[in-house]
Design a protein around this ligand. Structure first.
Ligand SMILES: Cc1cc2nc3c(=O)[nH]c(=O)nc-3n(C[C@H](O)[C@H](O)[C@H](O)COP(=O)(O)O)c2cc1C
Length: 185
């Protein structure tokens, strides 16, 4: 059976949702089933998925509340699956130039769940963004789109390769068990 991946995201202005969609699209290209869903939506249940990617926008040094709540709510199911995390935030090229360490909310998750990897991608704030601070950032000319979709897709390719590789290895083990007659009788 094809492995299925949930890409759950917490966003305020929509740019993290687009990163999640890009990740899901790459996973599908790799032959997996993948859904990008708002972390707050009821649909974002975990039980029917084999692996989970959770992403959240960064606001004032915090991982988006929906991403935090999602992890809290689904922790037992997440603990039983491969999990990757991402953050999106920096409004400059820094995330493309170096690894940006996880914020404390994400570090806390990493202390409680054995996740595969966390990465921080550049963020985006554009005309129409909600909130006084967002408007202030835009007015001061510090807005823009700093998301590096090449980096996002490369990361998703790695996740896809890992899952597809593990799936093939599992099938190989099942095949050799059947071949040796193990489990029969
Ligand atoms: C009020 C405000 C606070 C922000 N705080 C941070 C921050 O602490 N760290 C960071 O890397 N980016 C910060 N950002 C940038 C956002 O994380 C970035 O715009 C992100 O792409 C927004 O994601 P969203 O469109 O999914 O809501 C902030 C943006 C705003 C408007």
């Amino acid at each position: 059976m094809t492995e299925s991946v949930l890409v759950a995201y917490g966003t305020k202005n929509g740019s993290t949702a687009q990163i999640a969609e890009a990740i899901a699209a790459v996973l599908r290209k790799n032959g997996l089933t993948a859904d990008a869903r708002p972390a707050a939506s009821a649909e974002a249940g975990v039980a029917s998925y084999d692996a989970v990617v959770v992403g959240g926008a960064l606001y004032a040094g915090r991982w988006h509340r929906d991403a935090r709540r999602f992890v809290r709510r689904h922790r037992p199911q997440l603990a039983a699956r491969p999990v990757w995390l991402f953050s999106s935030g920096p409004l400059d090229a820094s995330a493309s130039e170096r690894d940006i360490p996880p914020v404390s909310d994400v570090r806390r998750v990493m202390g409680r769940l054995d996740i595969r990897e966390h990465v921080t991608f550049g963020g985006c704030i554009e005309e129409g963004a909600r909130g006084y601070m967002a408007r202030l950032i835009l007015r001061s000319g510090k807005g823009g789109d700093f998301r590096d979709f090449g980096a996002v897709e490369a990361w998703a390719e790695r996740i896809g390769a890992e899952l597809v590789g593990e799936q093939a290895a599992e099938r190989g083990r099942e095949g050799s068990r059947e071949g040796s007659g193990e489990g029969k009788g």
